[in-house]
Design a binder for this molecule. Sequence first.
Ligand code: SF4
Ligand code: SF4
Length: 468
Amino acid sequence: MRVLTLIKQREKTDIFGMPIIGFLFKNKYMLTFYRLFTLFLLIYAIIYGFINPTKENIFTNAVFWSIFWPFFMVISLPTLGNVFCMVCPHGFLGKHITKIGLKKRPPRVLMNPYIGLIGSNILAYWFIIYTFPGFLKQPLFTAGFFLFFTLLSMFFFFLFRDMAYCKYICPIGSVNTAFSRTSFTWLSTYQEECKNCKKPDCALACPYKLNPSKFEEKKSMFNCTLCMECAHACEAVRFDVKRWGYSLYERIKNPRVIEVMVYVLLVAVITFTMRFHHGLSRSSLSEYMPWVIVGKFLQSSFNLPRFVDMTGLVAMLMALFLVLSIVYLSFKAIAKIVGQNFWSVFTMLGYAFAPLMIVGGLSHVLEFFFIEYYHNIVNGFSQAFGLGIKVEPLARRGEAWLYIFRIFPFVAGFWSLHILWKRVQMLTSEKRTLTFALASLLPVVYLMLSLFTLIAILFFPAHHHHHH
Ligand code: SF4
Ligand code: SF4
């Protein structure tokens, strides 16, 4: 432990040195308080879901789909960073369970973050959302879904050491660490102090076996969950306000394919699919959309029941095919032009796609705050705690002023192009314009799709809205 007067000399940008905010992010008791609170909400919402399994129950869905999903998964990541993991009830319990657990080394097959990304996130969540859209709206199913992941995490934390569940299995872990790069916060250490450090207390304290004194040099925070154990172990740990998306403008040492894969796959599965399925399918142009045509055809030829939505599934598969083809073909061409291998082009330029899904996603979430989340949260808590309050939605779907939030996909697209331009400079010193033009294909298609969806909804509205 470096005993210094750093507390007084912290740099202006260091959140730990700021009055009040520093306390809110670093104080042990505050952190424990948030974690106990989220743990309580998790348990109460699950139990409440089993006791009140019908649609009457608004509380369970409010906790998961109006607070956890929009606030933590979409709003906090591109701003504060990975603060969800900071307060995550699973990680909180896990840190205690793993201490009394078996501390086994996870088998090789499990040490694979694609399990979390493809298995738990895309298949266990998005596939279900699109194919069986009614399921996760049922309080009982929602409660069961979160109970399953709670038990699964406890089992893994008990069995394996170094928080293996967070690193490899959690549907949120890998996604959060990748997307938190778009935020304006950055954890690292005062390098002058670390130079003479004999015993790296920060690294020894980290339950994830990370070394925060290397984060700055590597331009990567790896699987950091902002649990702040390192900051309690050594005063040299700092948590800075940086420019938005700071590390995306830097040369990332040992870049990881998985991180860029998160951006690419989720842009397909979330952004593109949503635009296809919820945006364009809701305009009167929907009958011309290929996923609607193919989806309806499959639906009727296999005589599928109504709770299966082939249109959603086909939209997702088409989005995946489109996005993966664009990325593959453009990066393959670039690799040839600059004479480098595909994966080094992929990781050098692919970081520029970080804003696409997460920043673009703000439009949906902010719009839905007014249409849906606000009254669900207030009425849901009122229901669960007997407060006797009842509020109406702040806005109705289709109100004109809500269109201001449609700005975010455009912000995301242009921001991505800006980062891309900087990263092209790092990749090559010749043929930069051509490289940039090729690599821009994904953000440009994204921008065109956003524009097209906006036009379709504005000028070709559906005759009636059905809710997702
Ligand atoms: S990785 Fe998953 S389980 Fe671990 S702290 Fe983050 S959200 Fe929680
Ligand atoms: S580096 Fe620090 S904040 Fe990040 S996970 Fe490790 S101990 Fe927690």
